[in-house]
Structures are given as structure tokens and as C-alpha cells.
Design a protein around this ligand. Sequence first.
Ligand SMILES: Cc1cc2nc3c(=O)[nH]c(=O)nc-3n(C[C@H](O)[C@H](O)[C@H](O)COP(=O)(O)O)c2cc1C
Length: 182
Amino acid sequence: MVVDTPIRPARINPFTAERFRHVMGHVPTGVTVVTAMTRQGPVGLTVGSFVSASLDPPLVGFLPARTSSTWPLMVPVGTFCVNVLGEEHEQLCRGFARSGGRKFDGVDWRPAAETGSPVIDGALAWFDCVFERCHPAGDHLFVLGRVRNLDVRAQGRPLVFCHGRYQQLAAPDAAHDPSTGG
Ligand SMILES: Cc1cc2nc3c(=O)[nH]c(=O)nc-3n(C[C@H](O)[C@H](O)[C@H](O)COP(=O)(O)O)c2cc1C
């Protein structure tokens, strides 16, 4: 016997910016600070849109908003560094999520050997990049960088942003750790 299963079309909700934000808010992201060394000094902004794009060649990407005041300062430099933040970096993250101002005050960093881009002390990992290309992406830009150097600097758990707030990954539960047979 053939049973017809009615195919119910997904309910289509009207698109609104609020709905887009609400649904995207369910997608957890890591948190990074993208930095560059300009003639006026170090600059940076908090970025959640960091993504690995290609292994060969090694490319990473992120999406600065067209309204970003820091991105235009980075463009002529031609290099940038992506610093991956740990769970203890919430305040630092908030500082770099403010537009403008002296964001590096009180922040310890050292210049990356090849490009001079700021590597923030205590960042879990960093990717030192040379600007590769930039695609328009609506009210953002999709920036690709070629990775020149990268490293893991510190042990620790990453800072996570989800549901509109900072979150921490739960500590690994030994009872459910496959490596211990739990
Ligand atoms: C968790 C988090 C993730 C963010 N991700 C991005 C991002 O991917 N792209 C972006 O342009 N701004 C992002 N922002 C917002 C910028 O950090 C913020 O607009 C900042 O003020 C920009 O500074 P600027 O005007 O100095 O460039 C994020 C903010 C937070 C808190």
C-alpha cells in the first residue's frame, strides 16, 4: 500500500531585520580582535565573522561593516592580524567593540615578526595576514587575507558569543569523555 505523506511547506515568515538578527542570534561564534599597525599607531575592532576560507592557498576571511571606522584605517596598511580571544577577555572584547577612541590603552601586545601587526598578549591564537582581496557583501565587506604566520599562544577556552551575550564553553565532562571511555 502506498501511503501519501503530505508535504507541508515550511511556514514562510516575512523577512525583517529584527527576525534576521533573532535567528542569527542562535548561531554561536568565536570572538576575535582584528588589528593592524598604522602610522598613527595600533588599531583594531572586535569581529565575530572570522572564518577559515581556504587551505591552499591559506586564506581566512572576516566581514567588516561598511560603517566601521577602523577598517578604512587598515586598508592602506595592507596587513592585519586576527587575535582569537579567550573566555577571560570579555572586557577587552567590549573595548574593541566601541567605535573609535584609544582602544589599545592598557592592552599589552607585541608586533608580529613579519608584518608588525599587533598580536595581543594572552590571545589564544593569532593569524598574521596580508590583505588578499575584498568583495562587496551588502552593508558589509568580505575581506580575505593570506595567512603569513600563525600560532597558538595560550591554553584556555575560547570566548563565545551567542543569544546576544558572551558565553563560556562548559568544562569537558569526564563522564562523557570518549577518550576515557565515559
Ligand atoms: C561579539 C561581537 C562580534 C562582532 N562582529 C563584528 C563583525 O564581524 N564585523 C563588524 O564590522 N563588526 C562586528 N562587531 C561590532 C564592532 O566591533 C563594532 O561595531 C565596533 O564599534 C567597530 O569599531 P570601529 O568603528 O572602530 O570599526 C562585533 C561586535 C561584537 C560584540
